[in-house]
Design a protein. Structure first.
Length: 385
């Protein structure tokens, strides 16, 4: 039995030494030595730490095996989606298992002095939290896949642009929540911090109402998707090809090459004609046949034009080939037909039809008079004659 008083100074020195092998404790008026580094104290923690290192080294094959088991149906029905999920989720899922084992190992490391033990737990909990939210961040793309596959009220899935926007917003929310969870591990008064940020955010939102309106407008455009990047649209502000749908404004490349920016709040409330979102394109031609033509020649010309249009593979249907008006200049022949949705192909078809009618007129020794114009309805521009 040792006297406690003479050893008080020694006890304080030993307990203040980090990771010291022998710890002295006082019980019942006596001092006894406790070996924190005894085998039964550190062995479980060491085994779990070794397992964590082992799982970290083999994280990729282990994660791929787990994903293969969890995504069996997705791999069979949607192989492309499965490949994307496996590529995105392999690293965070592979790090999650070692992080969990590391956390358990740290909690069993009671042989470490208390002040270092508390710091170690916070560091390990931070690592586990960051890996977990990293996995949630990567898993957010499941939301986009579900949205694109799920039919809307119109029977069509939400577009890719809207799905990407929802995924981006979900990931932003995950990041914000993750930051606050990590801060809660290190900051005691997290409520005061959140309250301060809330008041600051309210002041900023009141000062930037126009920016918020444009952001909500972009959200409406991306979810409703009246157009997408690459479409030719016509609005009250102008017309052009959509090059970008941003958070504040959308950019259109006009026909003459200029770039026009339209605030999203105005674009969301505007009437929009999407010329690219069509199934057919209408073409109209008005010809004036000379009065020197006999009725038989007029019928022959109409029949040969009808044959020309029927033999053109790009023409889907012919609506009219009729005499429209009788004018002093001659007999007006009105032709209307429909082609496919592709703009360039529609113009090539129009050129082919015009050349074919000129050839028919030349073979019949006719001199056509075209006083009005030839138009391709609903396209980027009208060609006037």
């Amino acid at each position: 039995m040792l006297n406690q008083a003479p050893l008080a100074t020694i006890l304080n020195r030993f307990t203040a030494t980090p990771l010291f092998r022998v710890v002295l404790t006082a019980t019942d008026g006596s001092v006894e030595a406790v070996d924190r580094w005894a085998l039964e104290n550190w062995l479980p923690s060491a085994i779990l730490l070794a397992l964590a290192i082992f799982f970290f080294i083999l994280k990729r094959p282990i994660a791929r095996g787990v994903l293969r088991l969890l995504l069996v149906r997705t791999k069979r029905r949607h192989p492309e989606a499965y490949d994307l999920m496996r590529k995105e989720m392999t690293n965070p899922l592979g790090c999650l298992f070692p992080a969990i084992l590391l956390s358990v190992s740290a909690k069993l490391a009671t042989f470490i002095p208390e002040r270092w033990f508390t710091l170690l737990l916070r560091i390990v909990d931070t690592i586990v939290t960051m890996v977990a939210f990293w996995l949630l961040y990567k898993t957010a793309m499941f939301i986009g896949i579900i949205i694109m596959r799920r039919p809307s009220k119109s029977g069509l899935p939400i577009g890719d642009t809207g799905a990407r926007f929802v995924v981006s917003m979900t990931r932003v929310a995950i990041i914000v929540i993750g930051v606050f969870v990590v801060l809660s591990l290190w900051v005691k008064n997290i409520t005061g911090l959140v309250t301060g940020l809330g008041i600051g955010g309210l002041a900023i939102s009141l000062a930037s109402q126009d920016l918020l309106a444009n952001f909500l407008g972009s959200l409406a455009l991306l979810l409703d998707e009246p157009f997408k990047v690459g479409d030719w649209i016509i609005t009250t502000h102008g017309e052009g090809t959509v090059e970008e749908i941003g958070m504040r404004s959308s950019k259109l490349r006009m026909f003459e090459g200029a770039l026009m920016s339209i605030p999203n709040k105005e674009l969301a409330n505007a009437v929009i004609i999407n010329s690219s979102n069509r199934t057919v394109r209408r073409a109209e031609i008005t010809l004036t046949l000379p009065w020197e033509m006999s009725p038989e020649q007029c019928d022959e010309f109409r029949e040969r034009v009808a044959t020309l249009l029927d033999e053109c593979e790009q023409i889907l249907s012919v609506q009219f080939i009729e005499l429209n008006n009788l004018k002093p200049d001659g007999m007006e022949l009105y032709v209307r037909y429909f082609t496919g949705e592709d703009f360039n192909e529609a113009w090539k078809t129009r050129t082919e039809v015009n050349r074919g009618m000129l050839k028919i007129a030349d073979e019949m020794n006719l001199h056509l008079y075209i006083p009005s114009h030839v138009i391709l309805m609903g396209d980027e521009g009208d060609v006037t004659g």
